[in-house]
Ligand binder design. Structure first.
Ligand SMILES: C[S@@+](CC[C@H](N)C(=O)[O-])C[C@H]1O[C@@H](n2cnc3c(N)ncnc32)[C@H](O)[C@@H]1O
Length: 397
């Protein structure tokens, strides 16, 4: 009888052969731990799928061979964020000359920290040279590391405490995040709005999560002709500008909280304009063709999701479209492990930040029906290179 580990092992061998052939045929560099190794392998989408399947098999094999006890204890001393956070906080990357070298002693001097402590932390990252190089070159990655440290890691530690204190887990003011931050604010967004730098960093790092996805291509905006789109909770308009640039006939109004728009220093440009609006209040732009909400509902418990949808009703006309762009969680165990973990990671982060969630298709339909039966569920359009889909609703009174 063949061992359970044979299948993932064979998949890894076959997949790596496919990858190596592709890289050789296209004269592309091979993956490496070297500081100058490629940060992005530039693969075709087909070979990317093969690599995803290899990664999935490596995870499966790792879990299988380690067994449940070792896998659990692996987390005991799992501290990669310490490495990235220290590199970022003490600007370690900037102290290394381009194409040159610096000793651990050189790196420790300017921030005046203990050389031995710094050396040990960087060695935990198995030399850390590729991480240092990436952090030197990529400002957005620095934002992501800082946000992961400030918003994600710190808050996740208080999850069990929050559930003990507020077992219903249904209010944005009774969450792990605020407990971890020792904050008395009404929710995550109110808390970060107090610190403009943090709010700006949050807005920038949102743009990372839409990288690769192209809603301007994947939805038929052209068929709308000259129309008005309202992008609700649209942040700095990353998505709005993408759509508006490709479709100059469309007028896009981006709405977000006033303090958030101020912190993010947004500016009207071309056919994109910004408007302060709280999406729990009645929608002030009546008669637009599309109301668009990307990555909004996963920040809210169903009872608040229902309120956001109902606040649109006074502005809707028969046939108006409401587009919700968000993940649809498939049944457990259908996705490759790696993708499932990423999606469940988002889901549990939403629980920690706002007592909110990522939803299955049935959960979406229930929430929308509860808001109002006149929201007619039209179709789901999965976006390419993304975990998200467009849920298209039509107002049918
Ligand atoms: C996860 S971000 C998504 C941003 C953007 N739609 C995107 O896809 O990148 C959620 C956005 O909702 C905004 N928001 C939160 N509460 C809001 C409210 N009550 N009214 C309007 N916008 C709100 C936040 O400021 C933030 O920009």
């Amino acid at each position: 009888m063949s061992s359970r580990s044979t299948t993932p092992a064979a998949n890894i061998t076959d997949g790596v052969n496919v990858l190596n052939t592709y890289l050789a045929e296209n004269d592309l560099p091979h993956p490496s731990f070297d500081a100058n190794g490629p940060a992005d392998l530039q693969l075709s989408s087909e070979v990317e799928d093969t690599v995803l399947s290899v990664l999935n098999s490596t995870l499966e094999l790792c879990d299988l061979l380690r067994g449940p006890k070792e896998s659990m204890l692996e987390w005991f001393f799992w501290r990669p964020w310490v490495v990235y956070d220290v590199i970022r906080r003490f600007s370690i990357a900037a102290k290394i000359p381009v194409d040159g070298e610096a000793s651990y002693a050189d790196l420790a001097v300017a921030p005046g920290i203990n050389e031995d402590a710094l050396t040990r932390i960087l060695r935990y990252g198995l030399d850390s040279s590729s991480a240092i190089k990436l952090l030197a070159e990529d400002a957005l990655l620095n934002d992501m590391v800082q946000q992961a440290r400030e918003d994600c890691m710190a808050s996740s530690l208080a999850q069990a405490d929050a559930l003990e204190k507020w077992p219903a887990a249904d209010e944005p003011s009774e969450v792990t995040y605020l407990l971890g931050e020792n904050s008395t604010q009404t929710g995550f967004f109110a808390h970060i709005a107090q610190d403009p730098e943090r709010a700006e960093r949050f807005a920038r790092s949102m743009s990372h999560h839409s990288k690769g996805e192209n809603i301007a291509e994947d939805y038929d905006w052209g068929s709308l002709g000259s129309a008005t789109i309202v992008d609700i909770g649209g942040s700095t308009g990353e998505v709005a500008f993408k759509i508006a640039n490709q479709y100059p006939n469309l007028k896009v109004i981006v709405q977000d909280l006033p303090e958030y728009l101020k912190a993010a220093k947004v500016k009207d440009l071309g056919n994109v304009s910004f408007m302060a609006h709280d999406f729990f209040k009645d929608q002030p732009v009546a008669g637009a063709s599309v109301y668009y909400l990307r990555w909004v509902f996963h920040d809210w418990h169903d009872k608040y999701g229902v309120k956001i949808l109902r606040a649109l009703i006074p502005a809707l006309r028969p046939g108006t479209k409401v587009l919700i762009v968000q993940a649809i969680v498939p049944p457990f165990g259908v996705l490759p492990n790696l993708v499932e973990r990423r999606l469940r990671g988002f889901d549990t982060a939403m629980l920690a930040f706002m007592n909110a969630k990522e939803r299955t298709l049935d959960e979406w339909k229930n929430m929308i029906r509860t808001a109002d039966a006149r929201f007619q569920f039209e179709q789901v359009i999965p976006l390419k290179n993304s975990l998200l889909s467009v849920i298209e609703l039509v107002w049918a009174p």
